[in-house]
Ligand binder design. Structure first.
Ligand SMILES: [Zn+2]
Length: 321
């Protein structure tokens, strides 16, 4: 057998997997992300963990085709340099060199969300659809764009950063990127909760007030559940969120003409309470022709999308040679 190794590096864990040439995970595991010393030890710990697993599973080095690694930041995909990954502490960090020097197999590095898009394209909800968009609604809003079967990295690694498309330019909330009104400030789990917290201090009747009084907090999940149960304020938040997300996706679809838009992340667990109003907004704003050719659906690979996409990224690059 021959395997790809996928590594999906996040702020709390590094997800790792051995993956077949057909995209099947044969073994997956996690290590915690060592953010001490500005994340300097992370590559060493990844390599050590892979080598330990190889011994455990009796996989000889000759059977490893290559390692794909996703980093949570902008990456120069030619050199493997991560410009900045705030969550793990890296700044101008040459991840590719550090991994390949130790492991002695081909290493390819790119942005984690872009790899998740490739994973869904290879064996997930976007199988055989050469033009697609993925959106991950989690703590932030991540995304990836696949065109002609290739993920869009852009000229210098910030391609596909759809969470930072501005939807309310003048008076929007401040985003982590320093600008205002990015879709992330509304459609992330954090952004949806923020909209709920803004409502509970107003003199309007909403069941969110009871939840806040009992638990001292509000989550995106609470808001979707209350919207489903008919709470008007919660419904309004869902409507506002899906309307803005619909504008952003309709504009992207008008440019790209994708066959599918795949929604993932924790917020996507709301399923139809999210998808139905989102589809309506998407139809309202999208160019007709682009709308009629595009499904909106829920992601299939969950947390595995990154490692699977990392394997596919290696496969694509090795086939080019
Ligand atoms: Zn932003």
């Amino acid at each position: 057998m021959a395997y790809y190794v996928g590594a999906d590096i996040g702020g709390t864990t590094v997800k790792l997997a051995f993956i077949t040439e057909k995209g099947q995970i044969v073994h997956k595991w996690e290590i915690s992300t060592n953010i001490h010393n500005n994340g300097e030890e992370i590559p060493k710990e990844i390599v050590y963990s892979i080598e330990t697993k190889m011994q455990e599973l009796r996989i000889p080095k000759e059977e490893l085709l290559g390692l794909g690694a996703g980093a949570p930041g902008y990456v120069n995909t030619n050199t493997g340099l991560v410009y900045e990954a705030v969550n793990v502490g890296w700044k101008n960090f040459n991840l590719k060199d550090k991994l390949s020097q130790r492991l002695q197999i081909p290493v390819y590095v790119t942005n984690d969300a872009n790899l998740a898009a490739l994973g869904e394209y290879w064996v997930g909800a976007g199988r055989n659809i050469d033009h697609l968009i993925t959106v991950t609604l989690g703590t932030g809003v991540g995304g990836g764009i696949v065109v002609n079967g290739q993920v869009v990295n852009g000229i210098d690694g910030s391609g596909g950063e759809i969470g930072h498309v501005v939807v309310t330019p003048n008076d929007g909330p401040t985003c982590n990127c320093g600008r205002r009104g990015c879709i992330e400030t509304y459609a992330s789990a954090t952004g949806i909760a923020r909209q709920g917290l803004e409502e509970v201090v107003k003199p309007v009747d909403t069941s969110l007030k009871n939840i806040f009084a009992t638990t001292g907090t509000l989550t995106a999940k609470d808001i979707f559940e209350q919207a489903k149960d008919g709470d008007l304020v919660s419904k309004q938040i869902v409507e506002n969120t899906t309307n803005l997300l619909g504008i952003m996706l309709a504009n992207l679809a008008t440019i790209i003409n994708p066959g599918v838009i795949i929604i993932g992340g924790g917020v996507s667990k709301a399923k139809d309470t999210l998808l139905n109003p989102l589809k309506r907004a998407f139809e309202k704003y999208c160019l007709d022709h682009a709308f009629h050719n595009c499904e909106i659906t829920i992601a299939q690979l969950g947390n595995d999308a990154g490692v699977v996409g990392a394997a596919y990224y290696v496969k694509q690059h090795m086939n080019k040679k």
